[in-house]
Design a protein. Sequence first.
Length: 131
Amino acid sequence: DFWNSLVGRYRLQRYERINLNRDVFEAFLSDRVPDVTSFFEASAGKPIHEIPFCELFTICKNLVSVTQLANNVERTFEGGKTSIKFRHQFSEETAVSKLIELVSNLFKAAGYIFEVRTVSNLIILEFTERC
């Protein structure tokens, strides 16, 4: 009954729902950006700085898919550099800034150096090295 109800709600709202852990939701309600490194560490079974980039990206893509925080996440290789692109549908600048901070904090905690660019509904993390 629970799962049928949940699927029904997603369908009624055209899949425009976000599924968040209670602590993450509370952090957002408290005007903070949550630290999600523990979710990645639990998924990988090791500390954040020991998770290889490819595995970190895979976990990130899965988390985004489950939570619906972004529409899509993709990794690209251009000019010898790696980029991760997050497509989202947020229109509020504050929401976009918090999403940028959330993903930036994650990759910084893992020890990666990158620059962030935004274009319309796209957040791009450009890593200084090919990952």
